[in-house]
Design a protein around this ligand. Sequence first.
Ligand code: NAD
Ligand code: UDP
Ligand code: UDP
Length: 331
Amino acid sequence: MAFAQTSASSLSASRILVTGGAGFIGSHLCDRLIEDGQEVLCVDNYYTGRRQNIAHLAGQPGFETLRHDVTLPLYVEIDQIYNLACPASPVHYQFDPVQTLKTSVHGAINMLGLAKRTGARIFQASTSEVYGDPTVHPQPETYWGNVNPLGTRACYDEGKRAAETLFFDYRRQHRVAIKVARIFNTYGPRMHPNDGRVVSNFIVQALQNEPITIYGDGSQTRSFCYVTDLVDAIVRLMATPDDITGPINLGNPAEFTIRQLAEMVIALTGSRSKLEFRQLPPDDPRQRRPDIALARSLLGWQPKVALADGLIETIGYFRECLGVPKIRVAV
Ligand code: NAD
Ligand code: UDP
Ligand code: UDP
């Protein structure tokens, strides 16, 4: 078995560990790595991820899965680690905040310990949440952020910030080859219908002609990146020389208000849904847009998929999931 010891097959392909591989982004990353001819070990505890996200990869020669919680040590032989394990939706990461912090912090320590022992290169899925409710706009990597360390989002934000610290300390202290990406809001097929994040919520509500739940007045902004664009950037970052560590912003700089997103989703689904305004959750960032100058110059990358096109793909996915037939295309 390639992940237990060096084998003849592992001499050509890289043995790649993807933690959180059964999740939304992780499953698309597994697809891409298998397409590229790599050997992939997908590790997940199925907390928010689903077996069905990776079911189509079962039986592929280079693909293997392991049910495992990254807060526990893991001894395998690998060349690269993509550390994505962590619930990402506010609803899910706030459900068990202590477990969220453990996943970010103990998970990072274990994966960094694994990288240190094996000499593997390691990627960390950090987040735009390290900027908190930003006072600098758009956010460059040099901005230190504005995070409430005691609030309900802190288990995620501070967990990811501590993980970044660990990554840079393992580099300084143990010379581990690290790649840290700050991922901005990403969407696409395979988001869980009950994920709770805005794109999936709005699409699921629109397809069922239910009220679209806007938190606050909908004037807060986000910048939405389609998942295949993001995966392309992640793989490019992993392939950069060792002196490129990040942190590097990955996201789509096109910025929309949440109300604009709601209106687009209604138009693209041809829904009869009405807007329903609800209370804004505490510490909800007012605005968010990545400065991607660094990604453009270091990775030669920029997103290709416009929001309307990505939404059409995602709507198609949720139609199938929910068994909602296509009625008409509004735009
Ligand atoms: P997701 O919830 O779909 O995926 C997370 C995966 O991690 C799931 O499969 C889950 O079961 C698994 N997981 C959680 N805790 C675990 C543990 N202790 N041990 C093993 N597996 C565990 O979310 P996603 O959107 O695919 O996010 C993937 C990564 O990208 C996360 O680290 C997230 O913080 C980061 N990220 C995502 C976004 C985004 O907009 N999607 C933005 C910034 C950062
Ligand atoms: N670890 C792991 N797999 C490995 C090597 C280490 O899961 O192949 C975990 C182990 O739990 C350890 C942690 O990573 O506690 C940090 O490892 P490191 O070598 O940095 O520290 P130490 O073993 O000295 O605590
Ligand atoms: N949001 C909303 N309605 C929903 C879900 C989310 O208005 O049903 C808002 C949320 O308050 C935030 C934005 O949409 O301002 C993005 O929320 P999400 O949970 O997707 O991600 P965040 O960027 O806040 O982590």
